[in-house]
Design a protein around this ligand. Structure first.
Ligand SMILES: [Zn+2]
Length: 441
């Protein structure tokens, strides 16, 4: 397809994505059922893995995770693409940072995970176009005819993002975070973005460069994507640029949600079905199980992500009937598990709870890491180096946190802060030890 035709495709998708209006849950459910029937009739019958389930009730379809996704890769996709061939393309792209090569016109994306579990995702050109159109429609409510200069700062490039180039008065530039960061900054200053999109920890580094007058930038919108928005980054960015951060909940697995005008994240229930696998119902934390209503190269059916989402208690005042989320907390793999204070077994202490406790105890902290390095040990690294008064405050705050979770008080080890790199995915709370079979409370 020529670039012009592709541009038209993006606009068509854009128009389409702007059309549906959902006023109630019933509208949403109707739309999902209709799309699901279409998917079942025209796509799932072509997948050797899913064909045997076609026309059985939705809940008969198996829930799968990344391991099973990879194990059944060859049978799930509808084009008989073999995992070995897809892996070769993805690995070569990461190595050369040339994300253009495709497999029979199908682009290959890789998602990373803890313990080296990688997920491979396929997308055809029309699926990429739909993705780009939907993203544009949802994130640019003023329309694509309003001029905007959009800087996309990304770790893993992908020809998924190339799809966004060109078109009307929108200017996109992609900044590869594998480049030296000073170069990224210089190019950003030259490009003068009106909309800055990137991982929040990287946007925070840009904010710091602006604050120290290394570069000048005045974007009117800031959109965080690709990792959890930590309160320490949010306040740093808002202080410098004077605008609040919007969020895109986007993964290799799909474009899953975004903030509304009220700043609340809603899940994209017009494109996907979300089921909730409760991790802790009392605090409204769940892992989403997603079913993509449009993907046809590689159907994503009842795929369980290991993200922790916190459902919002009250409906959002914007009136959207889509599920509203208070926070995206991080990965389930990063839940800290400590022995119960009384009895046997372990209880979860959630990453976000630990982050907030630490930041409350030491408001001057610029950055931090909390790692569970042993069954009852948390290793804490903070920049700047905490004073002994800070340390006592942090120890007390973390002990109170774990006490509230009815866990034993952990042993806190203070270590050096390891520093952030733009190319590294930022996970400030991490569990370094295995906790096999601990998924549910
Ligand atoms: Zn809303």
């Amino acid at each position: 397809m020529s670039r012009l035709a592709e541009g038209v495709g993006v606009l068509w998708q854009y128009a389409l994505a702007r059309l549906p209006r959902f006023r109630s849950r019933a509208d949403v459910v109707n739309h999902q059922q209709k799309s699901w029937r279409h998917l079942e009739n025209f796509v799932l019958t072509k997948s050797p893995f899913y064909a045997p389930y076609a026309h059985r009730p939705f809940h008969d379809y198996p829930i799968i995770d990344k391991q099973q996704w990879m194990k059944h890769f060859d049978e799930i996709n509808t084009l008989q693409i073999m995992l070995d061939a897809a892996l070769r393309v993805a690995e070569e792209a990461e190595r050369t940072r040339d994300f253009n090569p495709t497999l029979q016109g199908i682009s290959v994306g890789m998602s990373t995970g803890t313990s080296g579990a990688r997920g491979i995702f396929l997308a055809s050109r029309s699926e990429r176009t739909r993705w780009a159109g939907t993203l544009l429609a949802k994130m640019l409510p003023a329309g694509i005819f309003a001029p905007a200069r959009i800087a996309l700062m990304l770790r893993a490039g992908s020809n998924l993002y190339e799809t966004l180039s060109g078109g009307m008065r929108l200017h996109f530039q992609y900044f590869d975070l594998a480049m030296p960061f000073d170069e990224v900054l210089a190019k950003l200053e030259h490009f003068k973005p009106s909309i800055l999109v990137g991982p929040p920890s990287v946007i925070a580094l840009v904010a710091e460069a602006v604050k120290s007058r290394q570069i000048q930038l005045c974007p009117s919108r800031i959109i965080a994507a690709a990792e959890v928005l930590d309160p320490v980054d949010a306040s740093r960015v808002t202080d410098v640029f004077g605008v609040s951060i919007e969020q895109i909940y986007q993964a290799t697995e799909g474009f899953l949600g975004h903030t509304c005008a009220q700043g609340v994240i809603h899940l994209n229930e017009d494109c996907l079905i979300f089921e909730k696998d409760w991790i802790d119902r009392s605090t409204r934390r769940f892992a989403p199980i997603i079913t993509d209503l449009h993907r046809s190269t590689q159907p994503v059916i009842r795929y369980r992500l290991n993200d922790i989402l916190i459902e919002r208690e009250q409906p959002c005042s914007c009136g959207s009937p889509f599920i509203a989320i208070d926070r995206i907390e991080g990965r389930e793999d990063d839940i800290v598990w400590l022995p119960k204070a009384a009895g046997i077994g372990v209880v979860p202490v959630f990453p976000d709870v630990l982050s907030r406790a630490l930041l409350n105890a030491m408001p001057s902290a610029n950055d931090y890491q909390i790692e569970q390095s042993g069954p009852t040990t948390l290793r804490v690294g903070i920049s700047p180096t905490p004073t002994s008064v800070d340390r006592q405050g942090i120890q007390l705050a973390l002990a109170q946190c774990t006490q509230r979770a009815k866990a034993v008080a952990p042993h806190i080890e203070f270590g050096a802060w390891a520093g952030g790199l733009a190319l590294q995915k930022c996970r400030r709370v991490r569990r370094l030890i295995d906790m096999p079979g601990r998924h549910h409370v």
